[in-house]
Design a protein around this ligand. Sequence first.
Ligand code: GLY
Length: 302
Amino acid sequence: MPPRLMIAVHGGVGNTPANLDGCIKAAELGMAKLHAGEDALAGALAAAVALEDDGRFNAGSGSSLRMDGETIEMDASVMDTQGRLGAVAALQRVKNPVLVAREVAETPHWLIVGEGAERFARVMGFPEFYTVTERAKRIHEKVMEALSSEGDYDFQDEWRNFDYKRHWNFKKRWQEVATQHGSSTIGAVAMDANGHFAVANSTGGSSPMLYGRVGDTPIVGCGFYAGVQGAVAATGIGEYIVQHMLCRTVYGWLEAGMPLQEALDHGVALFPKEIDIGLIGVSREGAAASDNRQMPTHVMMN
Ligand code: GLY
């Protein structure tokens, strides 16, 4: 008999397997919601919130710093097969952007960005929150060092060679940024007892990033998608993911009858090896993951 309740979570492609316990805990929290009779979106959201709060993943409390070394801008999204679709982009000073995305899904809009998103969050009762983890500081230092030297940090050549100084758009002056990586996202997909699918995604973005940069995570069909055949979430560098409208592309293969694992593997294979990509998905046949790097992931089915 096929599984009745399913959840898959990931802690971001490139994140260390040492953080797998955070994914297991998140999946268990999500599965507990499904067991309690809550719907797929509630399950995916519970898992996403746990990962945002963990601090070891690039989302929520663990979000990466932008290049000025102080700004945090986050993107998040939710979608399910009951018609709910909501996202936020470049949102600052909120603890759980994925919960704000969930609120957006209750408005006539699907995406709210920047200052408007922050004001919306306050109106919905989300208090001001700002924290920077030691991990985010270390990553920022490494990125800035690598940009200002021929360091061995392995971001893409076009990012390393780009003239950030000329395009600098932060309030703080370039000169004030001491020489004092990363691109990942957390995500969860779920199926509930009524056969509904949902996805919840959240990220602190990629590094290095200009002020206002938005990746794939809040863009429907790119970083996430849910439909009657299943739900898919992506992690990796957004600039590449959007070019393939990755999650809608993978979902299209599910619609055409491709098995889930094969569809996820095909999605990852669209990218050259040096571009980090990870996918999780759920369909009526099960839940699965695929990646071309290390990616802490946990899948539960029962
Ligand atoms: N996938 C996260 C980002 O590129 O923002």
